[in-house]
Design a protein around this ligand. Structure first.
Ligand code: ATP
Length: 312
């Protein structure tokens, strides 16, 4: 670190990873004390609280670093809070992944061993800018940022089913979070219908999944956009159409195996700016957090935010 005695503001979601964070935080705190780091710690109390905390930290601007301990959802909220604060000199972010999916950490190259992730922060000497997706939803008038993905249709329905079920917590405790995703995937398959999707001048009449990716992974390590990276300024959108059930099943199999990029039946668009419209109400998620069930008209582009962490 440049500054020998940097001040940390730490945002901790003890609920992340179905309680995994609760086990990891005391280990990190002991290490911070042992190394005599100065820090303030803030515990999240509910959905949306991490965003509020991050905004307040940015407004006060009294620390050198915002350290996030939680999952993708917590990091998503913190980045939103920091970006909405519109700081002149943005406070860099560091991250110790303790969620169930940790897709951002995999994409950035952050160790999944908490003490190693802390070392990546302590040994870092320079900030690295990451690219994040920025959206404006014109019908509901909402705006925000995503670090990993924005999904419409089938996978957002899975998120809805997974997040609203007790199965996720139980299966996460058994380290079977991905199995929970697959289980809910099957149930979403039985209920998801096709929808009309307009992307720029392209019209998809029977869209089934549409995902905008900033990173390669989704759903806890399923590789969907191998060429994406948080260090590249750009997004990749893919659309799966349902022609018939056998072809859809083939595509979904490739999706689950992390080989969807091999399918010639998937439409891909790479760009820094995207315009996406749905013709009817659909489930939508941002970084695995439910956004809405609504008809949407989205304008998407990118922004950057500084990170303070070495990569693996
Ligand atoms: N005190 C709290 N009680 C209940 N929920 C909380 C609390 N603090 C934060 N949350 C919510 O917990 C949810 C899960 O957090 P997060 O996404 O970080 O962990 P995860 O779902 O286990 O990890 P991942 O997204 O990597 O799979 C988020 O929606 C967050 O807003």
């Amino acid at each position: 670190m440049k500054n020998k005695n940097p001040k940390f503001s730490i945002i901790v979601n003890l609920k992340a990873g179905s309680g995994h964070a609760k086990k990891i935080w005391p280990i990190i705190e002991r290490e911070l004390k042992r190394k005599s780091f100065v820090y303030d710690c803030f515990y999240t109390k509910a959905i949306g609280h991490a965003q509020e905390l991050a905004k307040e930290i940015a407004y006060k601007h009294e620390c050198d670093l915002v350290l996030v301990l939680g999952g993708d959802g917590t990091l998503h909220e913190v980045i939103n809070g920091l970006l909405f604060a519109k700081q002149k000199n943005p406070i860099p972010v560091s991250y110790i992944p303790t969620g169930s999916g940790n897709d951002f950490a995999k994409s950035y190259g952050i160790s999944n061993l908490p003490l190693e992730a802390l070392e990546q922060i302590i040994n870092c000497k320079n900030t690295k800018n990451i690219c994040v997706g920025h959206y404006i939803e014109q019908i509901g008038g909402r705006e925000g940022y995503f670090i990993n993905n924005l999904g419409i249709g089938f996978d957002a329905r899975i998120v809805h089913k997974t997040n609203s079920s007790l199965t996720k917590m139980g299966l996460n405790k058994l380290n079977l979070g991905q199995f929970s995703y697959a289980l809910k995937g099957f149930s979403a398959f039985l209920t998801q219908n096709t929808f009309e999707l307009i992307i720029g001048d392209k019209h998809f009449k029977r869209a089934y999944i549409s995902i905008v990716n900033n990173v390669p992974y989704i759903g806890g390590g399923i590789k969907v956009s191998p060429e994406m990276s948080p260090f590249k300024n750009g997004l990749e959108l893919f659309v799966v159409e349902k022609k018939n059930i056998p072809s859809l099943l083939k595509i979904l199999r490739l999706f689950i195996l992390g080989k969807i990029d091999k399918s010639p039946y998937v439409h891909r668009i790479k760009n820094k700016k995207l315009a996406i419209k749905t013709k009817n109400s659909q489930f939508i998620h941002l970084d695995g957090e439910e956004f809405a069930k609504a008809e949407v008209n989205l304008r998407i582009d990118t922004q950057t935010y500084p990170f303070w962490q070495l990569t693996n």
